[in-house]
Design a protein around this ligand. Structure first.
Ligand SMILES: [Zn+2]
Length: 416
């Protein structure tokens, strides 16, 4: 199973927006860019909401059938490992093997020695076409990289083989993700990590490194865009070179786990993939959920009350809701509006705080992040939220579709 050149990961917390999401891809196709949808949902999201991987499969299949979509589409078991993979095997055809927790666990001496031996031909000045500076590779460098990454790579291998035994290796796409670590990978580390994956015979088609800067949930990139640009450009060169020298799948490409809405990076990413004629997988997630909250708020007084209640309840359960996302949200609590203030707002006032429009003076990164992590409260509302979303389905669907197409697909894949 070969993943298309351009793919976009889309989350859908409540499984209602598959059709609206697909329409954004169809509009892209009409405008000249074939981008394929990958519905991603992690174990964490499933357990917070009470959904199962089969629900995502059903949603994707239904959306594709109803929309008559002619290209590929995927259901991504996002950030899984040996502990969580089994529930995803039947429903998914894309597996993101998350090795972050194993990076840095010291690999056994014999494994490290074998790795250094296998990589010995790279000793000396390593030149990667497209990267100006050479990197000096010594045994000590190889040893350090091997020690740092081999446990993670062998864990990815174990998970890959487990899935392959159940599904057949040809029947799914493999991604390896290292993005949920604390330290960014340098381009040469990524190179040898890919070498280690090839040694382990993992046919990775996407690789998600950790980039510099902060990828907080639902808001724009926090960091130095120039640094990211250099790093991303080098990583693209590394991937291309690694395909050739290690014999990895020709479809191997970078995967950027954005946490949604890294708008300031999109032009940079677009320039770089065009320059290298490279593919791209880019994951969004909660951006669709936030559009649902917006759509519900805009649907009438009852909907507005539901959307406001999600925020107001979230204030009183702040610690509990933020805890699972501790490393990826940064909220200034002093800037969160008080319940009484929010209660008095019109739909317009509420939406102008929440919608990701940086030209709007009222837009609040703090309120937006808190609502981003509060989907659990909507799940707890049960039928009440489902009804509000159902009543708002037209306007919410339009928000979801416009957001994906206008703010994500257009700048990334059409450059307009
Ligand atoms: Zn990720």
């Amino acid at each position: 199973m070969q993943l298309e050149k351009y793919s976009l990961g889309i989350g859908d917390r409540f499984g209602q927006e598959g059709g609206a999401q697909l329409r954004a891809f169809q509009k892209a196709e009409q405008n000249g860019a074939v981008v394929v949808p990958v519905w991603n949902k992690s174990f964490r999201e499933h357990s917070l909401i009470g959904t199962r991987p089969e629900d995502v499969r059903l949603e994707a299949d239904n959306a594709v059938r109803a929309g008559n979509w002619r290209h590929g589409y995927y259901v991504d078991a996002d950030h899984i490992g040996m502990k969580t993979v089994d529930a995803f095997i039947a429903a998914s055809n894309f597996f993101t093997l998350d090795v972050a927790d194993f990076i840095g666990l010291p690999a056994p001496d014999a494994d490290v020695a074998a790795f250094v031996r296998d990589m010995a031909s790279f000793r000396g000045a390593l030149r990667i076409p497209g990267i100006e500076t050479a990197f000096e590779v010594t045994d000590a460098v190889l040893e350090k990289i091997g020690r740092h990454y081999l446990v993670a790579v062998s864990e990815a291998g174990r998970t890959f083989r487990h899935i392959a035994a159940a599904k057949g290796a040809e029947n799914f796409v493999t991604e390896v993700s290292a993005d949920e670590t604390t330290e960014p990978q340098l381009p040469f580390e990524l190179f040898f990590m890919l070498g280690a994956l090839a040694r382990e015979k993992i046919p990775a088609q996407t690789i998600a490194p950790k980039f510099s800067g902060k990828f907080l949930k639902g808001i724009d990139y926090v960091g130095d865009v120039r640094t990211f640009e250099r790093e991303f450009d080098s990583d693209l060169a590394v991937v291309k070179h690694a395909i050739n020298v290690f014999g990895l799948p020709a479809s191997l490409k970078l995967s950027v786990h954005t946490g949604s809405d890294k708008f300031s990076l999109y032009p940079v990413i677009r320039r770089a993939i065009q320059k290298h004629d490279a593919g791209l997988h880019l994951k969004t997630a909660g951006t669709t959920w936030l559009e649902e909250v917006i759509g519900v708020a805009l649907s009438g007084p009852a909907g507005l009350a539901v959307s406001k209640r999600i925020y107001i309840d979230a204030l009183s359960r702040y610690d509990e809701l933020c805890k699972p996302y501790a490393t990826v949200v940064e909220i200034d609590k002093t800037k969160l509006p008080a319940p009484a203030t929010v209660a008095s707002w019109s739909a317009e006032q509420f939406v102008s705080r929440l919608r990701h429009d940086q030209t709007n003076r009222d837009y609040s990164v703090d309120l937006r992040q808190l609502v981003h992590v509060s989907f659990k409260l909507a799940a707890e509302m049960g039928d009440e939220f489902r009804k509000a979303l159902g009543d708002a389905s037209e306007i919410a669907g339009r928000c979801v579709m416009d957001n994906l197409y206008e703010r994500h697909i257009r700048p990334l894949f059409l450059g307009t």
